[in-house]
Design a protein around this ligand. Structure first.
Ligand code: TRP
Length: 329
């Protein structure tokens, strides 16, 4: 069975873009692939989260992943820092990563610009830690967005370099996993591009009806169609795209028709969209609450995930240690 791996840094709540983008696909592929999903808390340390809040951020993402349908029995769902083998492989791979290569990484250059007062070397070797995450399970596929493609390229480079340097075939080169047509780009509510965390244009999985409705009612629109059957400008197409994700097909068809005969009233459409987003999110929000407050359950989930991840990771690390020439006396 092909191995798929994905990690997420614990920085706040998941939005509908995460849910309808990757997460729904993760829920599907956990049935057909051997999946490793983890919370990248070590990566988060690069931004110096406050120790008093850090654990809670992990709890939030974990609860939201579970509420969205990840099944800890079917996949390996774990916390990165629970798997020390990742950190040891990171040390080995760091010897094969060159300073110049790391400095040229786009994400590093971005971070230098964003946090000039905290250019720590963990930031510089961020892609090496990510390569360790991937290679520690000898993963074949990694679902990545555009912003992570260069990191995946570095993981491939380090896999090749390790194998070549030590004359072994320990690490397969990981490939980008493509969800094809199943991957929807979820637009934001500001009329421009994707829903994102930093863009502040999102609706969260854990958000109450009132706040969702307020955001949707404020979504950017235009002055309305003037000719029948005209193509939709991006801001309007975005509302329809969101509607196709959460509303019944005949609801979408109803507003399509209204658009086409120029009788559409955006206020009505937004009201409907808000109601359908609330109806989609409400049961998930309830599950998040229940899971978030169930410490025993979260303990069992992470213990099981840790056990599965370490079984796989220690087998790989054994091969890597042998390859570099470590031997017991
Ligand atoms: N760098 C990823 C992000 O910021 C998170 C991540 C860490 C990751 N390790 C990974 C993603 C391994 C995929 C595979 O989104």
């Amino acid at each position: 069975m092909d191995i798929v791996l994905s990690g997420i840094r614990p920085t706040g709540h998941l939005h509908l873009g995460n849910y309808f983008g990757a997460l729904r696909n993760f829920v599907k592929i956990q049935e057909t692939h051997k999946c490793y999903f983890f919370i990248a808390d070590l990566h988060s340390l690069t931004t110096h989260p406050h120790p008093a809040d850090f654990h809670n951020s992990v709890r939030v993402i974990l609860s939201e992943y579970l509420a969205a349908g990840l099944d800890p029995e079917k996949c390996a769902l774990y916390v990165q820092s629970d798997v020390p083998e990742v950190s040891e492989l990171y040390v080995l791979l760091n010897m094969l990563a060159y300073k110049g290569e790391m400095e040229r990484t786009a994400s590093f250059k971005d971070k230098v610009r964003l946090q000039p007062d905290n250019v720590n070397t963990g930031l510089l070797t961020y892609p090496v830690l990510m390569a360790s995450d991937i290679l520690i399970h000898r993963s074949k596929y990694v679902p990545v967005g555009k912003d992570q493609e260069q990191h995946l390229e570095i993981a491939r480079l380090l896999a090749r370099r390790f194998n070549h340097m030590y004359g072994v075939d320990v690490f397969p080169e990981p490939q980008a996993f493509n969800f094809g047509n199943d991957l929807v780009k979820v637009p934001g509510l500001d009329g421009s591009g994707k829903m994102g965390k930093s863009e502040g244009n999102g609706v969260y999985l854990y958000e109450d009806d009132k706040s969702i409705t307020k955001k949707v009612m404020r979504a950017v629109t235009d002055s309305g169609p003037t000719e029948p059957n005209s193509p939709k400008p991006e801001v309007i197409e975005n509302l329809f795209t969101l509607m196709r994700l959460v509303s019944a097909p005949d609801t979408v068809a109803f507003f399509e028709e209204k658009w086409n005969d120029c009788s559409i009233r955006y206020g009505d459409m937004k009201k409907q969209l808000a109601a359908d987003i609330c109806a989609t999110v409400a049961p998930i929000r309830e599950r998040i609450d229940a899971i978030y407050n169930d410490t025993d359950y979260l303990h069992r989930v992470t213990a099981l995930g840790c056990e599965k991840a370490r079984a796989s990771a220690s087998a790989t690390l054994k091969l890597a240690r042998e390859a570099v020439g470590f031997k017991p006396f």
